[in-house]
Design a protein around this ligand. Structure first.
Ligand code: SF4
Ligand code: SF4
Ligand code: SF4
Length: 263
């Protein structure tokens, strides 16, 4: 199956937040009232009911005038997703079309996916003990429609298509914007097995809180290859121990019963 991806050209984004609203609308996520924090950013962070948002970075330029940078944030549907590896309950899987899919009924809300995601994307609903994040509009893309966010984007800052094609478009766009944005960077072509959302950023990734060289944390290997198997072994050991104790107790009872019969 063809791996699909989005290409998000931040040089074309006007921060209208249409994608943020379209995501809420299509996925029927309830609105949430935040508090004004003195910036144009609408909310502080992603949440179990907010799977994408536009982050604002405000600063003054050399003439002392306010300038804004912004970036669309949501799950990047990594080629090698740490969240899938970290989940102890098989509640996250990588689909052939590139989506990192959540299997809600398997999720126990433990939060390992959020801890180990290099972008801190998954959010846990503590009441329901379930994790939520962008689904890559699986129901739409499975029916040959594009995701709601790319469909709604008024400036075509978000494009959707086969990943190879998105990489080609991204590389072409980079050439065209370099005169205006000398520090323009492509992000996501090779990182973490190739991301399912490739950015064209006007500046360095760190300016948008994106790690320059994202890696799965070393402790993830420890968690997956040592701690969780040890936990399973310990559990298996406990089960075997309990079974052994039950067997002994049953044997003793039988022997007592046998003794009584022989009395
Ligand atoms: S809809 Fe497009 S232009 Fe508007 S905020 Fe989203 S990515 Fe930017
Ligand atoms: S961005 Fe985070 S939540 Fe999304 S696939 Fe990658 S590791 Fe998983
Ligand atoms: S792909 Fe769908 S779920 Fe993900 S941010 Fe876009 S609209 Fe929301």
């Amino acid at each position: 199956m063809t791996r699909m991806a989005r290409f998000v050209d931040i040089t074309q984004c006007i921060a209208c937040r249409g994608c943020q609203v379209a995501c809420k609308q299509w996925n029927q996520l309830p609105g949430e009232i935040g508090s004004f924090t003195g910036t144009y950013q609408s909310h502080n962070n992603l949440s179990p009911n907010r799977w994408t948002m536009i982050r604002y970075y405000e600063h003054k330029n050399s003439e002392g005038e306010m300038e804004w940078d912004f970036v669309k944030q949501c799950c990047l549907h990594c080629g090698e997703p740490s969240c899938v590896k970290a989940c102890p309950n098989d509640a996250l899987r990588k689909a052939d079309n590139g989506a990192v899919v959540t299997i809600k009924e398997n999720c126990v809300g433990c939060g390992y996916c959020e801890i180990y995601c290099p972008f801190k994307i998954p959010k846990i609903d503590q009441r329901a003990k379930k994790m939520s994040k962008c689904t890559f509009c699986l129901g739409r893309i499975g029916n040959n429609m594009e995701p709601a966010c790319s469909k709604t984007c008024v400036t075509d800052a978000i494009l959707y298509g086969p990943r190879d094609e998105m990489v080609r478009v991204a590389q072409e766009r980079l050439q065209t914007v370099q005169g205006q944005y000398p520090k323009a960077t492509l992000y996501g072509i090779d990182e973490l097995g190739g991301l399912g959302m490739i950015y064209l950023l006007p500046d360095r990734p760190s300016k948008y809180d994106l790690p320059e060289n994202p890696q799965a944390p070393l402790s993830l290997t420890l968690l997956k290859d040592v701690v969780q198997p040890a936990g399973t072994l310990a559990l298996a050991g406990t089960v075997v121990g309990l079974a052994g104790a039950a067997l002994l107790s049953w044997r003793n009872e039988r022997m007592k019963g046998g003794d009584k019969k022989n009395d």
